[in-house]
Design a protein around this ligand. Structure first.
Ligand code: F6P
Length: 543
């Protein structure tokens, strides 16, 4: 496998770093009055300003050259056409096929996957129409008031995030989510629910995930205790790639919505895994969500690299991570309904690119994988922005804002609260970039002993993503924007972004420790610390 660090653009970027580190954003803007305009790109309905990044024209040219020599375009084309780009699992990676229009054709291994996708979408549509209209009845004849999605990781985070993001479009039954094997999660989700009007969606690609099967079993007991065994078919449906395991669990495979091994868990909200979302917003709105994804897919597939938003943003992530020493990227949606977006991106980015060997198994000699974190603005401003503004870490920020509010209110002064929210977003990006110098602080008459404390260094990079409104389409566009950034980075770093071997050992070990923890086996786990902790746990749990 080619070592990207030996390529000319990588080596040139390493040398070029010092030049950028000795330049400030203030200087870059002063030197080029057109900078904001030239470093703004449109993708679908998204307008993306990346001018407040610590890059010069040369940095961008070298990063784009890096993408070319790493083979981003070739790998992108291979991915969307069904090549097995997930090499360690020898699988195609075709989440982009989940949002192709019904008129498209994509034959992979002799099978038209678009026809398969739309057959499942139709089945989901018919089912959710019945649930939403009340035609689907529980065992005692009641319509469904609450859908409870049981799943974890990609079988939870996507549906949770999108359902919450599209709160303004929610016109179906209430939807709740259970993921954690902590019994508190299911207990809280079931509180106040009537089994007779509750429908469970058990969502698991493999249908073997411990947390999901434990929660589904407990939920089933709860239902059977109230309505009897014969009530199960009317109250349990499944989403999975494994019909056999679904049947073994006791769910009629006729009530299963399928997908395929070429859909990764963290790329699956637009597959049948989105069933709970469709229950909430309906099949038409779900189609708009998919159309939004597709709009960005087409942009990614066809826009030249220098005007390709996921390529540019992905490369900026490489620049900060591998060259400038940044360890994380903060995502700051100025939309409260995107409260779960940072958590969603954590799985997307960190399960994908948290790798230290390349696709051929050789160790990487550079930093990979961005750590994503964040909270909606303005809440984060009153929590961790202090560190962003004056701390010692370099943390590139993504600001996400919308021009129109789904619903607006006014302040005591009669000002739109949405405008207040957005003014905060613009102000934060501005202060991060340009700060406030000691001279400016002094000129305001600040006492000398406070000047250092009040100085805002600035030169802190950010992207600002603006969209017209938080709609199904823009949510789809935003997700695809980040999916493709993750892909671009994986190609540059030479890693397989589509496996997740690193989460397996912990699962196996937890199963092995279970007898010791629950008291049915000896406390002899192989290391002194774990033995002592489990022994203490066992004696504490006796009360
Ligand atoms: O955490 C590992 C993982 O395999 C994720 O990639 C996946 O989204 C999650 O577990 C849930 O898996 P499943 O949908 O098979 O239950």
């Amino acid at each position: 496998m080619n070592d990207v660090t030996r390529t000319a653009p990588w080596q040139q970027l390493s040398e070029h770093r010092a030049e950028v580190e000795s330049t400030t954003l203030r200087e870059l803007f002063a030197a080029d009055p057109e900078r904001a305009e030239s470093l703004t790109v449109s993708a679908g309905d998204l307008v993306i300003d990346y001018s407040k990044h610590r890059v010069t024209d040369r940095t961008l040219a070298l990063l784009l050259e890096l993408a070319r020599v790493a083979g981003v375009e070739r790998q992108r084309d291979r991915m969307v056409s069904g090549a097995h780009v997930n090499t360690s699992e020898d699988r195609a990676v075709l989440h982009t096929a989940l949002r192709l229009p019904a008129t498209a054709t994509l034959v992979v291994d002799g099978q038209d996957v678009v026809a398969d996708v739309h057959a499942v979408l139709t089945a989901m549509g018919e089912f959710t129409d019945r649930v939403r209209s009340g035609a689907w009845r529980g065992a005692s004849g009641q319509p469904i008031a609450t859908v409870v999605n049981i799943g974890i990781g990609g079988s939870d985070l996507g549906p949770v995030m999108v359902t919450r993001a599209l709160r303004g479009y929610h016109d179906g039954p209430a939807v709740r989510f259970v993921s954690n094997v902590d019994p508190a999660d299911l207990t809280a989700a079931l509180a106040g629910l009537d089994p007779a009007s509750t429908l469970f969606v058990v969502a698991s690609k493999t249908f073997s995930t411990l947390e999901t099967l434990s929660n589904a079993t407990a939920a089933r007991r709860w239902l059977v205790a109230a309505l009897g065994e014969e009530a199960v078919p009317a109250h349990f449906v499944a989403v999975s790639t494994h019909a056999g395991r679904v049947a073994e669990f006791g769910i009629d495979p006729a009530n299963m919505f399928g997908f395929w091994d070429w859909v990764g868990g963290r790329y699956s909200v637009d597959s049948a895994i989105g069933l709970a979302v469709m229950c909430a917003i309906g099949r038409e709105r779900f189609a708009e969500l998919l159309a939004g994804f597709h709009l960005l897919d087409e942009h990614f597939r066809t826009a030249p690299l220098e005007a390709n938003a996921p390529v540019l943003l992905g490369l900026l992530g490489v620049w900060y991570t591998s060259f400038l020493g940044a360890q994380s990227r903060v995502v700051l949606p100025y939309a409260n309904d995107l409260v779960r977006f940072p958590a969603y991106l954590q799985q997307l980015a960190m399960e994908s690119n948290g790798k230290s060997v390349r696709a051929d198994g050789s160790p990487v000699g550079y930093r990979t994988g961005e750590i994503f974190w964040g909270e909606p603005g303005t809440n984060g401003q009153h929590a961790f922005y202090q560190l962003l503004h004056q701390g010692t870490h370099l943390v590139p920020a993504d600001f996400i804002g919308f021009a129109r509010a789904g619903e607006d209110l006014v302040t005591a002064d009669g000002v739109s609260m949405h405008a207040v929210l957005m003014a905060n977003m613009f102000a934060q990006a501005q202060v991060l970039a340009f700060g406030r110098s000691a001279e400016q602080i002094r000129a305001e008459g600040t006492a000398e002993e406070l000047v250092a404390h009040k100085t805002m260094p600035g030169n802190r990079p950010s992207t600002t993503i603006l969209a017209p409104e938080l709609t199904p389409s823009t949510v789809g566009q935003l997700i695809a924007l980040y999916e493709h950034q993750v892909f671009v980075q994986g190609v540059v770093w030479g890693i397989d972004s589509f496996d997740q071997w690193g989460v397996e050992l912990g699962k196996v070990q937890a199963t092995q420790l279970q007898p010791a923890v629950s008291g049915t086996g000896p406390v002899s786990t192989g290391d002194g610390s774990t033995d002592a902790l489990i022994a203490t746990y066992r004696s504490m749990s006796k009360g």
